[in-house]
Design a protein around this ligand. Sequence first.
Ligand SMILES: NC(=O)c1ccc[n+]([C@@H]2O[C@H](COP(=O)([O-])OP(=O)(O)OC[C@H]3O[C@@H](n4cnc5c(N)ncnc54)[C@H](O)[C@@H]3O)[C@@H](O)[C@H]2O)c1
Ligand SMILES: O=C(O)C(=O)C[C@@H](O)[C@H](O)[C@H](O)COP(=O)(O)O
Ligand SMILES: [Zn+2]
Length: 361
Amino acid sequence: MTSDLAVDLGEKSYPIHFPSDASAAIREMLATNVAAGRSNILLTDDGVARAQSKFLADTFGATPRLIVPAGERTKCLETFGKVLDFLAANRVNRQGVLWVVGGGVVGDLGGYSAASYLRGISYVQVPTTLLAMVDSSVGGKTGINLTAGKNLVGAFHHPKAVFIGREFLQTLPPREFAAGMAEIVKYGLLGDAALFAQLEQKPVDARSTELADVIRRCCQLKAEIVKADEFERAPEGGRALLNLGHTFGHAVEQVTGYTTYLHGEGVAIGLAAAARLSHKLGLLTPEDITRVEKTVAAHNLPIRLRGPLPLAELQNATTRDKKNRADGVRFVVMPSLGRAATRSGIAPSTVEAVWREVGAT
Ligand SMILES: NC(=O)c1ccc[n+]([C@@H]2O[C@H](COP(=O)([O-])OP(=O)(O)OC[C@H]3O[C@@H](n4cnc5c(N)ncnc54)[C@H](O)[C@@H]3O)[C@@H](O)[C@H]2O)c1
Ligand SMILES: O=C(O)C(=O)C[C@@H](O)[C@H](O)[C@H](O)COP(=O)(O)O
Ligand SMILES: [Zn+2]
């Protein structure tokens, strides 16, 4: 039995539950909502609707549901409009609760819809991918993509609760499991050297007995970082550290039109790139780069682009990153394995050299 965690944010605090029976725990909250006159409404995607049909039927019964297409392209203005229309068509009022069941795509989309509809209603995160369990369901970063770039529209809007049920992972395809591992390796590299060493010595897979503790540890790390810098406003470090590998990773996702690399795969390449950048800045040793790349690769993740991508487009995509300030693109680098820091003012030629090393042309 894994004990609950709390994301400690004053009035906005919420629990992360790790129930032994997610369906039962969720049914209890659904019933409590109904008793309090709060309507429940469900958002999921067609992949989850297929893979978890029994769970959805047993748990949510006749709750009105919107099923959106699976995949990153669903995180767009058009689908956002459809979610809002669905909430309005069901006459959801400010007491309504949106249940977001799925991976980070429906989590970000549903969270942003909940932030916007009637200027804000409650929502609950039920992550069904490993990535969503360790990262996207916690912290209240919600949003959608624009043609111009990834996550360019959104809001900080925290869920009422998060229910993490490892039983969902039984139907998760191996490639999606690996994508979640990228964010887990990220946590080790940015803030927990012991976690990184553990992953380095013994890669975690879907059957690992360590998995429950690793998921909880990542949620705990994220909750601490979010508590300290909820809106990513710290002048240096702070919540931006959760973006380790993402300046590179988001560029890869965007330049390939969100069709070739999963978010976690972009992050995996981004971690290798961040290690290489950290070396060029005199922070990490070549041995450190090898340790990072071996650990990422041992979790069935890419450390190089699968095919060449145009350097100019990749560089251009990084200029849209939300961490950027007047002095240019801001990267997250590693002073050592297990510690991260923000750094800007890096010469474009240095970043270009890193892009080439991971396969850009
Ligand atoms: N808000 C945040 O803090 C945050 C953090 C990390 C990532 N993200 C975002 O999360 C998204 C990626 O999330 P993701 O990796 O969960 O991808 P995803 O939401 O696209 O889900 C991956 C795929 O797995 C399927 N799926 C989900 N659960 C399943 C299950 N239990 N069994 C079988 N299939 C299942 C889905 O249908 C989908 O096809 C990206 O958009 C990324 O930007 C947000
Ligand atoms: O919660 C955060 O803060 C993160 O940066 C977590 C990231 O893993 C996640 O991919 C997030 O969506 C990236 O946010 P963005 O601000 O770079 O769009
Ligand atoms: Zn991420």
